[in-house]
Structures are given as C-alpha cells and as structure tokens.
Design a protein around this ligand. Structure first.
Ligand code: NAD
Length: 280
C-alpha cells in the first residue's frame, strides 16, 4: 500500500514561522510528524508551534536560529535532537526578497536615462548580498548541519523552497531570481552527491502567493487594489488567482515521504500553470 507514512518522523522547517513555512509545518503535523519550527524570531517560531500543536495534536516545538549563522543552526540542531530526535526531513523555507534588492524601474529606457539609480546600476551591493545570501547560503548551511545525521542513518529527505523566478526571472528582483536559480542547481547537485547514501534532495517552486515579502510589489499599500504588476501576474496565471499557502502541502508530503522514494533532484512547480503558459 502506498502511504506517506510520516508519523513520528522528525521534520525541521526553516522559516517555519512565516506564511508558507507555517502552513507547510501544519500540513506535516497533520500527518503525525514531529515538527521543529526554526525561525530567526523565537516568538514567531514559538507562537506558530503552539498554534499548530493545538490544532493538530502533534508534537511541535519552536526554536530560534539564523540560517546564515552555522553556530546558531548547530545549537538549534542540538535542541531539536534532544527534544524530538535527529531530523528525518529538512524543509528549507527561510527566504524572501527585500526592497533593498529591488530596482524601481523595470527596463532601462529613454525615460530613466537621467535617473540610472532607479535601475540595476543603482542597486546597493549590501542589499543584493543580503537577499542572495538569505535564499542561497540560507539553504546551504542548514542542509550542511541537518543532513549529517541523515547520512549516518542512510535515510533522509531535503526539500528546498525555490520559486518561479528560478526558471524565468521576474523584472526588478535580480538577486532573488539568481539565488533561487542557484537553489535549483544546488538541489540537482546535492541530489547526485547524496544519491548513494539514501538522502534525497528535491525542491518545490511555488508560483505566486500573496505574502509580506511581495505584497509591497503586488498590492497598492493604500488602496488595497492590485498593482499593475500584481495584475500582470494574475493574467499570466491560467487558473486566475494567487496560490493559497495550503496549495503547497501536497507536493511537500509527496517529496518528503517514501512515496517519492525513487525521486531525487527534481523541482516541482506549484504555480497554477504559470510556467506552462505562453500568454497566448
Ligand atoms: P515569510 O516572510 O512569510 O517567511 C519567511 C520566514 O523566514 C519568516 O518567518 C522569517 O522570520 C524567516 N527568516 C528570515 N530570515 C531568516 C534567517 N536569517 N534565519 C531564519 N529564519 C529567517 O515568506 P514566505 O512567503 O512564507 O516564504 C517562504 C519561502 O517561500 C521563501 O523561501 C520564499 O522565497 C519562497 N517563495 C514564496 C513565494 C510567495 O509568493 N510568497 C513564492 C515563491 C517562493
């Protein structure tokens, strides 16, 4: 019988206090997995953990760690190991974009030639690095820490949260797009590297979900109406809507469980058809 069979598996989710991460945590907890919600902000991690434990009856703990600081991840891993056991599943969901790594102009054209600071040329390196590192190094470092035990037990699953930007970059956000493309490449690379020790590595590429990290680009903060960019995204998504966080759960259950036992090195789009649509 094919069954996700995630009961009592230990699942660590970085960025688990965020919108998508907490929905993924709840989806895993509903299957009986033991969950460690790891987030930069302890209050966020703990309040999500408390709510999900109450709603699902599963064991859920909140732990603080910075995915860019190896020592803090190692400290969190010790706490998780002592309270839940070694990780069976790692979901790298910490990530996001920032206004500091976003150009104001979409194109370099006549009208912006006297204001090149509004283009790629005006981006500050620190902003670029902050977003690139959060999405790429912030995936790599927790993977280094949490897969060590998986390798020694010859079993484990890593699921990275990538983005549609990894296939076709959206305008304005070069650091985020480059980092997510790097996440896809790393997913394939590591899947091969770990293939002989039973550790699978896959990714999910969500389409567009309205969350804090992107709402400043997609919704007019005063009127609440979609911006022209938000409207463009909806018209490029054949199903005609933003995704709901729960829409990602099925892909995670599949990739993280033995249902996908022969699946490693893939990136699954969950995007309402965005990646399939030419616009015509
Ligand atoms: P979110 O901002 O709601 O959640 C991100 C979480 O990561 C937050 O709780 C934040 O505190 C945590 N975090 C930030 N920096 C951290 C650090 N250094 N160490 C540990 N935790 C840190 O964002 P979200 O929309 O839930 O995004 C989750 C993932 O999904 C991200 O990787 C994002 O790039 C990706 N994604 C989102 C969308 C979307 O439409 N929202 C689309 C595609 C991909």
């Amino acid at each position: 019988m094919i069954d996700a069979n995630l009961k009592d598996k230990v699942c660590v989710l970085t960025g688990g206090g965020g919108v998508l991460g907490s929905s993924l945590s709840k989806g895993m907890a509903e299957q009986g997995a033991k969950i460690a919600i790891l987030d930069l902000h302890l209050e966020k991690a703990e309040s999500a953990a408390k709510r999900i434990a109450e709603e699902t009856g599963s064991k859920v703990i909140g732990v603080s760690a910075n995915v860019l600081d190896r020592e803090s991840i190692e400290k969190a891993a010790k706490v998780i190991s002592a309270e839940l056991g070694p990780a069976d599943i790692l979901v790298n969901a910490a990530g996001g974009n920032s206004p500091d790594a976003t150009t104001q102009a979409e194109f370099i054209e006549e009208s912006v030639l006297d204001n090149l600071d509004s283009t790629f040329l005006g981006l500050k390196l620190e902003g670029f690095e902050k977003v690139f590192d959060l999405n790429f190094m912030g995936t790599l470092l927790p993977t280094m820490v949490f897969t060590r035990e998986m390798i020694s037990r010859k079993k484990g699953s890593v699921v990275n949260i990538s983005s549609m930007n990894s296939f076709r970059p959206l305008t304005k956000i070069p650091a985020y797009s480059a980092a997510k493309a790097a996440v896809n490449n790393f997913t394939q690379w590591l899947a091969v590297h770990y293939a002989k020790v039973g550790v699978r590595v896959n990714a999910i590429a969500p389409g567009f979900f309205l969350t804090k990290q992107n709402s400043f680009l997609l919704v007019d903060q005063e009127s609440g109406e979609l911006t022209p960019r938000g409207e463009k995204i909806i018209s490029s998504t054949p199903t005609g809507a933003f995704g709901k966080p729960d829409d990602l759960v099925g892909a995670l259950l599949y990739l993280s469980s033995d249902m996908a036992g022969f699946v490693t090195g893939i990136v699954v789009p969950v995007d309402g058809g965005f990646s399939a649509y030419s616009g015509v």
